[in-house]
Design a protein around this ligand. Structure first.
Ligand code: FAD
Length: 444
């Protein structure tokens, strides 16, 4: 049995490890077009911001460690084509430029997503970046080392926000350009987006929303600014963070069905619609357990979990991906933000009759040092009390409480279930009636 994995990061390496563990007699080979495998891309802004020493620290497993486990790792090998009838891949060795055929019995597409690169003038100029892989981070570091002083970030999603913080920490002036009226996209309710904007501005970032980028300006091959419909923004470092697209070229070639989101459609075992071809990670849709819809939410835990499931199944086992509830968390300067379930826009789009409550409290006993404000918005279905979602804003890891709501959403819990929970209490950690219990109590 030859199991071949395309893509060697979260989903791909999880799958390879699980497949080898489940069936040690199988041959497992991973093709990865970069020189890096098994790393946490989530840590890239923190290397650039100086909280993590270097890019190598992001590596969970080295190629040597994976090879020692009996997994074949081919770095700088790009899979260019797939023939699902002959069960072969066309693979280019990027070092030598040679192209050859590789057979497979089971194939996993764990190809992730690519940053959207709008067709603006001068996108190829030095100093223009995207951030997805370690080489992207290294390129940004080189621009910083080259003396960049003024950054323009195009896109106010979580990567743009995390990078605004990182670049301010490196002493740059930062202009954040966003086409929408608010930052942080649609995953949060408008009030939360406004608080994020206030925090980012408080930290000295020049936020310009409702602005359309028309192109980039450059001189002698180096970027000099961003041309917008509201004027020129001068910059010697430009980060384009305007979203991602699933990498589905191989899936299309194989005749695999794509979902409405454009990502790969699989069943709960991560099987695609083509025999012998599996998919996992950011390139794949998942089922949202609250909305029951197929969604494309490219985040790390789901990618790792889908990879595990695919690995076990490709090696002859039986595992299922349980779906997601849309849980996400990020920090922007001194504000921590978390959400799970459905936003106000989601519930409206689904035609759900939702009620919500906002509660502001303290993240631990007010008399204990460093108590900080925490805000919760909790949402449930009118009549049934079924929990629909939550949004938390606070300080540090206080908003990690979102996991309590995520746990209940996973099991289709009701607001009454949350109100009755026996949550941990001591003054350094929470108030007697934790903010989540207060919010649930007000909704019941
Ligand atoms: P990827 O990590 O994209 O890996 C896919 C790999 O496939 C790539 O290495 C690519 O080179 C390779 N590949 C693609 N096509 C081919 C081919 N034809 N041949 C060979 N190789 C190929 N998630 C969170 O949950 N929390 C966070 O805080 C968070 N922060 C993030 C911050 C940043 C800056 C970024 C970029 C991502 C962040 N994420 C976060 C997302 C998280 O990193 C991804 O969900 C996760 O990496 C997805 O893993 P994956 O294996 O599906 O895809």
């Amino acid at each position: 049995m030859r199991i071949v994995v395309v893509g060697g990061v979260a989903a791909g390496m999880s799958a390879a490890s699980r497949a080898k563990r489940h069936d040690p007699s199988s041959e497992v080979v991973v093709f990865e077009r970069t020189e890096w495998i098994s790393y946490g891309a989530c840590g890239l802004p923190y290397v650039l911001g100086g909280q993590v020493d270097d890019f190598a620290a992001l590596e969970a497993r080295t190629p040597a460690q994976m090879r020692a486990r009996g997994i074949g790792v081919r770095l700088r090998h790009e899979v260019m084509g797939v023939d699902p009838v002959a069960r072969t891949l066309t693979v280019r060795d990027l070092a030598s430029g040679r192209t050859g055929q590789e057979p497979y019995d089971q194939l996993l597409l764990a190809t992730g997503v690519s940053p959207v690169r709008p067709p603006w003038a001068n996108m190829d100029a030095a100093g223009v970046h995207v951030l997805r892989e370690i080489p992207d981070g290294q390129a940004i570091e080189a621009t910083l080392q080259g003396g960049a002083r003024r950054a323009a970030i195009i896109g106010g999603g979580y990567i743009g926000l995390e990078m605004a913080e990182a670049l301010r920490a490196r002493g740059l002036s930062v202009v954040l350009l966003e086409q929408l009226p608010d930052l942080a996209g649609r995953m949060l309710d408008p009030e939360a987006r406004q608080q994020i904007r206030a925090e980012v501005e408080r930290q000295g970032v020049d936020v310009r929303t409702g602005v359309t980028v028309e192109g980039l300006t450059a001189r002698a091959g180096r970027v000099t600014g961003v041309q917008t419909d509201a004027g020129l923004v001068r910059a010697d470092l430009v980060l384009v963070a305007v979203g991602v697209r699933p990498n589905v070229a191989l899936a299309k070639m194989a005749g695999v069905r794509l979902g409405r989101s454009g990502a790969i459609h699989t069943d709960a075992r991560q099987r695609t619609t083509v025999d012998g071809v599996w998919a996992a990670g950011d390139n794949t849709e998942s089922v949202h357990r609250v909305s029951r819809r197929r969604v494309h939410v490219p985040l790390g835990l789901a990618a790792n979990r889908m990879g595990r499931v695919a690995g076990i199944n490709m090696a002859g086992g039986d595992a299922r991906f349980p779906g997601i509830v849309g849980t996400a968390i990020f920090k922007v300067f001194d504000l921590s933000v978390a959400r799970t379930g459905l936003s106000a826009e989601d519930t409206a789009a689904l035609g759900l009759d939702a009620v919500q409550v906002d509660v502001s409290s303290s993240d631990h006993a007010g008399y204990y040092r460093d108590a900080c404000p925490i805000q919760v918005r909790l949402r449930a279905e009118r009549g049934t009390g079924r929990l629909l979602g939550a949004q938390l804003l606070g300080h540090g890891d206080a908003v990690k409480r979102v996991d309590v709501v995520a746990t209940l959403l996973h099991g289709r819990g009701r607001v009454q279930d949350l109100a009755e929970l026996d949550l941990a209490y001591a003054p350094p950690f929470s108030t007697v009636w934790d903010v989540l219990l207060v919010a649930a109590g007000r909704l019941t």
